[in-house]
Write a protein that binds this ligand. Structure first.
Ligand SMILES: Cc1cc2nc3c(=O)[nH]c(=O)nc-3n(C[C@H](O)[C@H](O)[C@H](O)COP(=O)(O)OP(=O)(O)OC[C@H]3O[C@@H](n4cnc5c(N)ncnc54)[C@H](O)[C@@H]3O)c2cc1C
Length: 68
């Protein structure tokens, strides 16, 4: 029997951000993902040696870091 404080459905940016914050504040978190690869629209895949982003390729935070 599993015991946890929070169960999050989906390992995209939304789920993973919530999970990271909750874990930071000492909550036990389980993230459930239906896909074989975590990350949701944020993951990537390879074909014939080329890597493709499934969704986003540029995030707000990467812009901030580049400008800093
Ligand atoms: C082509 C494309 C380009 C984009 N480009 C950019 C960009 O350049 N910059 C930017 O900031 N944003 C971009 N976005 C938007 C960004 O990717 C999304 O806003 C963000 O990833 C959404 O995160 P999310 O966690 O809400 O959802 P998602 O990333 O969709 O994650 C949801 C997860 O939940 C899982 N799931 C769903 N139902 C269940 C279930 N019943 N049980 C278990 N798991 C489940 C899914 O498999 C998925 O992994 C783009 C989106 C697309 C599609």
């Amino acid at each position: 029997m599993w015991e946890t404080d929070v169960i999050l459905v989906g390992s995209g940016f939304g789920g993973m951000s919530c999970a990271a914050l909750l874990a930071h504040y000492n909550f036990d978190v389980i993230v459930c993902e239906s896909h074989s690869i975590p990350g949701g629209a944020a993951h990537s895949f390879e074909r014939q040696g080329f890597k493709f982003d499934s969704g986003l390729s540029l995030t707000f935070w990467s812009i901030i870091l580049c400008l800093a």
